[in-house]
Design a protein around this ligand. Sequence first.
Ligand SMILES: Cc1cc2nc3c(=O)[nH]c(=O)nc-3n(C[C@H](O)[C@H](O)[C@H](O)COP(=O)(O)OP(=O)(O)OC[C@H]3O[C@@H](n4cnc5c(N)ncnc54)[C@H](O)[C@@H]3O)c2cc1C
Length: 565
Amino acid sequence: MTQTAPPLTPGPEAGPETWDAVVVGAGPGGLTCAAYLAANGKRVLVLEANQVVGGSTQVFRRAGNKFEFDVGTHYVGECGPGGRMQTALSGLALTERIKWLRQRPEGHCQIMIPGTTFQTPTGWDTYLERLIAAFPDEEQGLRRCVDVMRTIATRERPRRRVFSLLRWGVRPITTLMAACGLSADAQAVILAENGDYTWPPHRTPTAMHAGFLNHYLQAGAYYPRGGGQVIGAHLTDVVQSYGGRVRTKARVEQILVEGGRATGVRLQGGEEIRAEVVVSAADFKKTWAELVGDEHLTRKLRRKLDGLEMTLPMFAVYVALDVDLRERDTPPLAWVWPNNDVDGYYREVAAGRCPEQMPVGISCPTAKDPEGTHSAPPGYSTLELVSWAPKDYEFWNVESGPADGGSYGRDERYLQLKEELTQRVLDTAQLMIPDIRERMVFCEASTPITQERFTLTTDGSCYGIAPLLKNLGPFRPRVTTHIPGLFLAGGSTEHMFGINATIYGGMGTAGAVLGRDLVQEVTDGAVFVDEARLTEITEDFDPLLASKPGSVIRRPVRRRPRATA
Ligand SMILES: Cc1cc2nc3c(=O)[nH]c(=O)nc-3n(C[C@H](O)[C@H](O)[C@H](O)COP(=O)(O)OP(=O)(O)OC[C@H]3O[C@@H](n4cnc5c(N)ncnc54)[C@H](O)[C@@H]3O)c2cc1C
C-alpha cells in the first residue's frame, strides 16, 4: 500500500512573514512548547533539521517496513492517572490520542546480574522488601539506604528531607551505599538501570539517582500505544491544526540576535525567518556555542560551557526475531549486567575503551504493545538493545562529526568496530534470550555518531548535560535566558531529561513565553485545544507518515493478533 503524506503544513506562500514564535527542534520538548503556544493563539513555526519529527522519540522501519524500532522510547514513568504526563497532555486534549500502556505492574523491569535476578516493582515499600529478599544478610544497610533515597526523592517527610538532602543528597550515590555497607551485588542491583541516564555512579549525586528511581517506583513504567512516534505525530497535529507550521529538513544555522534581542533564525542555505520569540529546543551546548555565538554570551555562561560535560552516548542494536517472545513470557524490559561492577564499566568507557563485557538494556516493543500495528508481523518480535560506548571520534575512526558534514558510514574500521560491539551486545543479551542469534532475522546497530547525525547532539549524547551537582536543581539552565526573546526547552533545562520531563517542561517553557503559569492553569483543569479541530484519526492512522510532511511511504499494514499469547 502506498500512501502520500497529507499536506500537513500550508505552503510557504500561506505563512506569515513574521512569526510570533520560532521553535528550533521538534523533539518532545520543542513540540510540546510549540503546541501550547499555538493552542494559546500564537503563530508558531517549528524548524526541524531531520526529515522526521520526534527527536529521540522517533522510530524507523526496516526490511520493507516489516519491522519498526524506537530510538529512545523504552519506558517512561509518571504516566498514570494524575501523573505529570497526563497533566501535560490534558491541556492539549491529547490524553485519548496518546495512550500510555502500563508495563507489568508486578515488576516492570528485570534486572540480571550474575547470580541475582530482580524485578523492579512499583512502590518504595515493595522495592525495599524485594531488595531484602534478594540480600537477606544486608537488611539493615538496605533499610538505611532506601530510607535515605526515599526521603530525598519523595515529599513524604519534608523536615527530614532537608537534612537527608544536605547530608547525603549532594554526595555520590556510591558514598551512601558504601556508608550503608552494601555488597557489590546489592549496589549493582540498585544501580543497574542507570543506563537510563548514562552517568557514572561515583559522579552521580544521591539526589539524582533517588529521583530517577522514584520516577518509576511511584507509579510504574509505561509505553505509548503505537510506539514512540505517536508523540511527535500528535503534537505536530496540534501545532498545525492551530495555525502553526512544522517544517522538516530545516536546519537552523544561527539564532539572530540584534540590539541584544533574539529576532529570528537563519537556516542552512541562508533563508532568514523573523520572530518575536525564539525557543531553542536543540542541544544546550550547541544552542549557545554555535547557534547564538560567543559574542552574545555572558562570562558566566562561557565558563559553564567551557567545562560542560554531556551524558554518555549510546550504542544500540536493533534486532528482529522470528519468534513471539510473549509466548515465552520474556520480560519486555530488562537490564542485564554481565558483572557487578557498574562503576568499573563507566571508568573504562571514560578512558576511551569498550570492555569485552557490555551491560545491555533490553526493550521489546512487540511485548510492550501487543496490539501495535507497525512493530512487527504476527509471530515476530522486535528488540532494542542499548548500551553505551566511548564518544570520541578517534575511537570510531571518524575525523569530524556528521553534524559538521563528516562522513563515516563506509569507513572500514568504523564498520568493523560496529560489528565487534554488536557481537558483544548480543553476547550479553544472550544471557536472557539464549537463542537470540538463532532466531535473529534482522540486526542493525547505531553508534554515538548515528545519534549525533539524527539529533545533532553534542557527543551524540542521549540525555543532555551531565547530572553533576553543578547542573542540578538551582544550578540547572533555566528556560528563560539573559537574551530577551530567547527561551530554552528540552532535556538540558530545569525540567530535566527524559520523555516525561521534556513534555512537561515544554509546557513550562510555553508558560514562560506567554508570561503565565501554564503548569498551574493546566493542573487546575484548563484545556486549550478543541479536539474537534484536530485531524480525525482513522483506523489506518500511521504516526510515521503523519510525522514526515510531504514524504511517500510504502507501508504494508500488519496487525498483530489482539489476544495476548
Ligand atoms: C537511545 C535512547 C534511549 C532513551 N530511552 C529513554 C526512555 O526509555 N525513557 C525516557 O523517558 N527517555 C529516554 N530517552 C531520552 C529521551 O528520548 C530524551 O530525553 C528526549 O527525547 C529529549 O527531548 P528533547 O526535546 O530535549 O530533544 P531531542 O529528542 O534530542 O530532540 C531535539 C530535536 O532538535 C533537532 N535539532 C537540533 N539542532 C537543530 C537545529 N540546529 N535546527 C533544527 N533542528 C535541530 C534535532 O534534530 C531533534 O529532532 C532515550 C534517549 C535515547 C537517545
